[in-house]
Design a protein around this ligand. Structure first.
Ligand SMILES: *Cc1c(COP(=O)(O)O)cnc(C)c1O
Length: 381
């Protein structure tokens, strides 16, 4: 295909590395549902890489290679969900190892980590991501093996300085893992800033259409940890279905367009509602009023993402009324799809939630932004 060196990430992604189907010349890859693979008369595998479907599916290759390119990593691994991807990293630790993670992060993973670490004899301490010294004060010399961060983190959008976190983690010999689901590689490439591991819920922006559950792990090196993560996917069996892998490589083709559009619209919406008569605060790292704005400007490239929170005036009941009156925003959890979603996090997370009851979390999609603004405007009335 001529000289394909020095192509931009955007081109590589749109063309999915120009992986032409070898059998047919099709410019989109085939789906490979086969669970097992043939051996010849001499009992040699027809294709040495493929023996059984739990080890590896030929249909993973496109999305994995593209994601690795986008993250500046040697390789990526798809998983059956973002949670399975995260757990493959955590399960690579040994009893007695210590993990440090933020207090505010993807709620499902934080809750599961608390339970899992207790059951599996792993130490866990949570730090305050809004406190610049939070991580340094929580990490334990010679004990902490994994520092987990998420940035901007859900749903306060606190921004953690990846380079600083990497220095702190490495000073005690720990790995830095970054859940980069929200910024995606379009806006942040954690490995460039010193991260060892990047995790994605591919359910969200990578796929972008709210029609699969998937996850991915990317590591800076193909080291022992990488081997262990590969082994866990294969042996513990957190494998993605072949159709889901195909949908993912298709969804990813438009990642740059979707993330940029969502970021632009989120910024426009955040600016519009900041200072609105019925709004107490707009929480978005793209606003100068956000405490993480300066780090975000340094660390995020080309936008601040499609996620924001709005604290409404009038308390919990008013927040629920706003959600009720929305007609363009869909009332649903999750994020990163082409359609905008609104949710009352406190209701989703329940009594132990640290999220104030008058907060609404918005995932901005790719609709015409004036329609989104008008919908919220009428709902806030
Ligand atoms: C959704 C999400 C996860 C979990 O991913 P699943 O695909 O739902 O398992 C992890 N981290 C973040 C930031 C998420 O938004």
């Amino acid at each position: 295909m001529g000289n394909r060196k020095n192509l931009s990430a955007e081109t590589i992604n749109a063309q999915a590395l120009h992986q032409i189907d070898a059998m047919t010349g099709g410019i989109t890859p085939a789906i490979h549902p086969s669970s097992t693979f043939l051996r010849d008369e001499n009992y040699q595998l027809i294709n040495a890489r493929h023996s059984y479907g739990r080890d590896e599916n030929p249909g993973y290759v496109v999305a994995e290679r593209v994601l690795a390119e986008l993250e500046g990593a040697p390789a990526a691994l798809l998983f059956s969900s973002g949670m399975a991807a995260a757990m493959a990293v955590v399960q690579s630790l040994r009893p007695g190892d210590h993990i440090v993670a933020p207090k505010v992060m993807y709620w499902g993973l934080r809750n599961w980590l608390i339970k899992f670490c207790d059951r599996w004899g792993l130490g866990l301490d949570l730090f305050d991501s809004a406190d610049p010294d939070g991580l340094a004060n929580t990490i334990k010399k010679a004990k902490t093996k994994l520092v987990w961060i998420e940035t901007p983190c859900n749903p306060t959008w606190d921004v953690i300085d990846i380079a600083a976190a990497s220095e702190i983690a490495h000073s005690v010999g720990a790995c830095l893992a970054v859940d980069s689901t929200v910024p995606t590689p379009v806006l942040t490439q954690p490995i460039k800033h010193g991260a060892d591991i990047v995790i994605h819920s591919a359910t969200k922006y990578l796929n972008g259409h709210c029609d699969i559950i998937a996850g991915a792990v990317v590591t800076a090196k193909q080291d022992e940890l990488w081997e262990s993560i590969c082994e866990i996917r294969c042996q513990a069996g957190a494998v993605l279905g072949s159709f889901e892998a195909w949908l993912l490589q298709r969804g990813m083709r438009t990642l740059f367009l979707r993330v940029r559009k969502a970021s632009e619209s989120a910024l426009a919406l955040a600016k519009y509602f900041e200072g609105h008569a019925n709004v107490k605060a707009v929480i978005y790292p793209g606003l100068a009023s956000h405490p993480g704005h300066q780090i975000a400007k340094r660390q995020m490239d080309g936008g601040f993402g499609g996620m924001l929170s709005i604290q409404v005036k009038g308390g919990a009941q008013h927040a629920l009324n706003v959600v009720k009156r929305c007609k363009v925003f869909a009332r649903a959890t999750s994020l990163g799809g082409v359609e905008s979603l609104i949710e009352h996090r406190y209701t989703i997370e329940g009594e132990r939630s640290p999220i104030p009851k008058d907060w609404l979390r918005l995932s901005i999609g790719i609709e015409f932004v004036d329609d989104l603004i008008a919908d919220l405007e009428q709902a806030l009335d």
